[in-house]
Design a protein around this ligand. Sequence first.
Ligand code: PEP
Ligand code: MG
Length: 748
Amino acid sequence: MFQSTQTESRKLLGRLREALAEDSAGQTRLDKITALTADSMRTEVCSIYLFRDADTLELCGTEGLNPDAVHQTRMRMGEGLVGRVAKTGQPINSANAPQERGFRFMPETGEEIYSSFLGVPIQRLGERLGVLVVQGKEARKFSDDETYALEVVAMVLAEMTELGAFVGEGAALSARHQNSVMFRGTVGQEGTADGYVYLHEPRVVVTNPIADDPASESERLTTAVDKLRVSVDEMMGHTITGDKDSRQVLETYRMFANSRSWMRRMQEDIALGLSAEAAVEKEQSSARARLRSVPDPYLRERLHDLDDLSNRLLRILTGQGGETGAEMPDRPILVARNIGPGELLEYGRKLRGIVLEQGSVGSHAAIVARALAIPLVIHAERITAEALNGDRILVDGDQGIAHLRPEDSVATAFRDKIAMQASAQERYASIRDEPATAQCGTTISLMMNAGLMADLPSLENSGAEGVGLFRTELQFLIRSHIPRRGELAALYSRVIDAAKGRPVVFRTLDIGSDKVLSYMKPQDDEPNPALGWRAIRVGLDKPGVMRMQLQALIRAANGRPLSVMFPFVAQFDEYRAGHQHVMEALEREKKLGHALPSDVKIGAMLETPSLAFAPRQFFEMADFISIGGNDLKQFFFAADRENERVRRRYDTLNVSFLSMIEHIVDRCNETSTPVSFCGEDAGRPIEAMCFAAMGLRTLSMRPASIGPVKHLLRRVNLSDAKTVIETARASGEQSVRGHVIEWLRQLN
Ligand code: PEP
Ligand code: MG
C-alpha cells in the first residue's frame, strides 16, 4: 500500500477523532465527518446514509449534495447504488455512476452532475448500519487504496454509531440500543415474563476505533493473535480424539488463526489508522459480507466459526473475557443466538424468560425450558445485535413476541396481561384436587413429566396423579462425567419419596440426537443423529451404563413398586432385550441381598411408526406403552422436530396422525395394555381433549399444563368431541382443528 495513502488516512482519522471528541450534537458530528472525508478523498461529495429501520436508508449527512435533502431522501434496501451496497455488503466503484445498472436518480439531492461514485458499507460485526459514499465530477474509477481508506472511515463510523456518537440533541438518528424494539418470533413456551436482558454471549464493546501509534497497535495485535493460537491449540489438546465435530471446528479455527492474509489485512487496517480492535472487527464484517453471498452451505457454516474466532480475539484485545463479568440482573431474561439443553440446565430456574434468535419448539432446550416453566420465544431475529445487558425486556411467550426497552404504554398493557394470567392460575388452583372428569363421566388421568429435582414440588402443586415420564437423561446432561450408581440411586429414591405412593415412570437414558453427552458420543460423525445411535440403541450397545442405571433404580425402589420404560423402541426385539436386562438386574440384586421392588412394570415408548405395527406378542408382553408424540410425529410426517420450517407444516390434529393414535389405542385395547401419551402435545388443552376423545385415558405433561388441560376436559363431553372429530374427518379436511375450535366456541 502506498505510503502516502497510509499517511493521508491516518491524518484523516486523527482529524475525525478530534471532531468526534468535541462536545457537539450528533448532526454536527456527522456533518464534520462528511466534510473532512470529502476533503481528504479529494472528492466534491461525501454522504452518509444510515438505516432508519431494517429496510430503509436515509441520507443523514452530506458534504456537496443539497443540504435540504438530508433526512428527506430515503431509499429501500437494494434500491439504487446505495441500496445495493447496503444489501450486498460490498463496495461499488464506478467511473460513471448514472450509466450503472440500477442507478436511481434522486433530483432533490442534485447529484446528477457527479460522475464517479464509490460506496462502501457501514457495518459492525456483520450488522448493516448504513452506507458511506463519495462522488466526484471527474469520470474516474477510485483506486483500491482509496476504497480501502474509505472502508476504514466506514469502520470508525460503525463504531461511533454503536457508541451513540450521533444521537442526543440535534440527533442525526435515534439512538441505537435506546429505542424500543418489538421482536416477533415463534412461541417456544407459553407464559409471560417481565425482566432484564442477560446476554448468553455478551457483546464486546470497542471504545477506541482510532489509534495514534500504528507500531504499538500492530504489536498488540500480534501478541493477541499469538495468544489466540495458543488457546486454539490448547482446545485441540482437550478435545477427545474421535470427537470429530469439535475437531473439525477447531481445525477451521486454527486455519483462520494462522491465515497470513487475515493477519496482513488487519495489519494494513492498522497502518491506515485503526486500532487493533477496530481492525479485527473490520475484517470480520467484510468476511461476513463476502461469505453471506456464497451459495455453499459448508462455507456459510464457517461464518460462525470465523465470528467466534474474531470474538475471541476481540475479548483478548479488550480484556473483556468470556464471562465479561456482567452480573446477572434481577429477573434475568436470557437472550442468545441459540442454546443447548445442557447449558440451559446450568442456568436453571434463575431465568425468568428466554429469547433466542434460532432454536426450535421440538428441541430439548425447549423441552427443558418447558420443564422449568420458563417462557420461551424463538426466532427473534437480530435480537442479540439489539439487546444490551440490563435492558428491560418483556417476553410474551403466548404470542411469541419480545418487547425490548418497551414504551410505558406497552409495559402497562403487559402488566394487565400478567394480572389476568394470575387470575387464571387461581381458577386452575381451585380445581387442583378435583378429578379430570369430563361431562360424559369419563375420567382422564393427568400425570406430569419431570427430570430435575426442582420438578418435585410440582407433584404437590400441580395436582398431578404421578410422574408419567421421568427423563433420566437430564441428570446426565448437567454433569461432565457419568454419574455414579450410588448418586443416581439416592436421587431416584428422593423422587419416589416425593411421589408419596403415586406412580413414577422412569425412562432409561435417552441420549443421542440433540441430547449429546460430551463423555458419551458416537465414535463417528452421524449424518442424521435423529435417526442415529440414540436411546435404547445406545443402551443395548453399551450395556454397562444400562445395567448401572437399572441397578440404581432397583436400589432406589428398595421394596417399593418400580416402573421402567425404554425410549425409542422401534421393534419387538429391542423391547425384549431391554426386558431381559431388567430381569437380569433383578436377579443380580437379589443375589447381592438387596430388597427387590414389590412390583416391577416394564414399558416401551412408542416413538416410531414401526412399533405401532409390531406383532401382537409385543403388546401382550409390554406392561404399558407410552406414546412419545414428539418423536412419533417427526417420524410419521418425516419432518424434523427441530426444524421449524417443516415442523409447523404438520398439525398434530391432522387426520392421518389422529388415525395413527387411534390405531395405537385400538391395538393396546385388544391386549388390554395400558397406554398413555407423554409428548408435549398432551399439555395443549385442545390436543389433549382430542387425544382423550380418541380413547387415551392417561396423559402426561409439564406440570403447568395440568390446570388448563383439566379445566377444558371438565367442561366437555368427550363423545360429542368424538362426533365432531368424525364429522371433520369425513369432510375431507386435512386437520380437525377448525371444526373442533368452532365447536368449542359454540359451547362457550
Ligand atoms: C417424545 O418423543 O415425545 C418424548 C416424550 O421424548 P423426548 O421429547 O424426550 O424425546
Ligand atoms: Mg422421544
